[in-house]
Design a protein around this ligand. Structure first.
Ligand code: HPA
Length: 279
């Protein structure tokens, strides 16, 4: 084992031990929900038992984006014990992909079995419109570094992990059924991961569309790759906050993304809650 591998593994173990030491009754959640744009209000629907600022967790990065507050919540939602990541780490903040998904391995070490990822995304497919939701069925990540680059951490997974079913098919079906039963408009589609922070050009969006993308965003994929590497089951839902570049006459802005995410957040929170309930 080379040094950097041992160092990262030690950091994962240290962060996990610290979190474990804070959970007084020792009842560690097996579900982790990542609160992307639009899902922040879910924290208010959770019976919060503990809120740990990222800055106090050993080796944890600190998120720097407005609207992405940094704390790990432990609580119950729909009678299920959950971790909630309020705030995540993005490549465009200057973090390596492996740092963006560091927390995923900490969750694995803690015994988490299900990761529910959410994000805001630009809609590319003709029928996917702002304020609608999309269950991610697969992704494109051609332009981005893998979070698994570097010495393989054998205790987490194999060197060359299969990626043919990153997003759990049973979870996708559950999401579609819940949405149908509850009148939530939920598409299925492919998420294209771009590094950002600049939004895409219309030419990039046309290229992504030709490659099969239905939506585009700047998060989620490093975390999904890391989770699939270590055998955590993944559900991912995009909140479509805008038509992608060149597909409407509007210029893109973070403010538009945040406003639309806030508008559509009730469906997004409802879907997340009902999904967690059905686990
Ligand atoms: N592109 C990339 N990321 C995004 C977008 C977009 O159009 N909307 C929200 N996040």
């Amino acid at each position: 084992m080379i040094d950097s591998e041992r160092t990262v593994t030690d950091s994962v173990f240290k962060a996990a031990s610290y979190i474990k030491s804070k959970i007084a009754d020792g009842d560690i959640p097996s579900i982790c929900i990542v609160l992307g744009s639009g899902l922040a209000p879910l924290a208010d629907e959770c019976d919060i038992e503990l809120s740990i600022p990222y800055a106090t967790i050993p080796a944890f990065p600190v998120s720097t984006v407005p609207g992405h507050e940094g704390r790990l919540i432990v609580g119950s939602l729909e009678g299920k014990r959950v971790f909630m990541m309020s705030g995540r780490f993005h490549h465009y903040e200057g973090y390596d992909s492996s740092v963006c998904s560091f927390y995923v391995r900490v969750m694995k070490r803690l015994g988490v079995k299900t990761l529910y990822l959410t994000n805001a995304a630009g809609g590319i497919a003709d029928n996917i419109n702002p304020a609608e939701l999309m269950a991610v069925t697969d992704h494109l990540s051609f332009y981005c570094d893998s979070p698994l680059i570097g010495p393989n951490m054998d205790e987490f997974g194999v060197r060359f992990p299969d990626q043919s079913q990153v997003y759990d098919p049973e979870y996708i079906e559950m999401l579609m059924n819940i949405a149908k039963e509850n009148g939530i408009r939920l598409h299925k589609g492919i998420y294209a991961y771009m590094k950002g922070p600049q939004y895409e050009t219309p030419a990039e969006i046309r290229a992504l569309k030709n490659m099969g993308a239905d939506a585009v965003g700047m998060s989620t994929v490093p975390e999904a790759i890391t989770a699939s590497h270590c055998g955590i089951r993944i559900a991912a839902v995009s909140l479509i906050s805008n038509k992608a570049a060149g597909l409407s006459d509007k210029k893109l802005s973070h403010q538009e993304v945040m406003e639309c995410a806030a508008k559509a957040s009730s469906d997004s929170c409802k879907l997340a809650r009902l999904f967690i309930k059905s686990l």
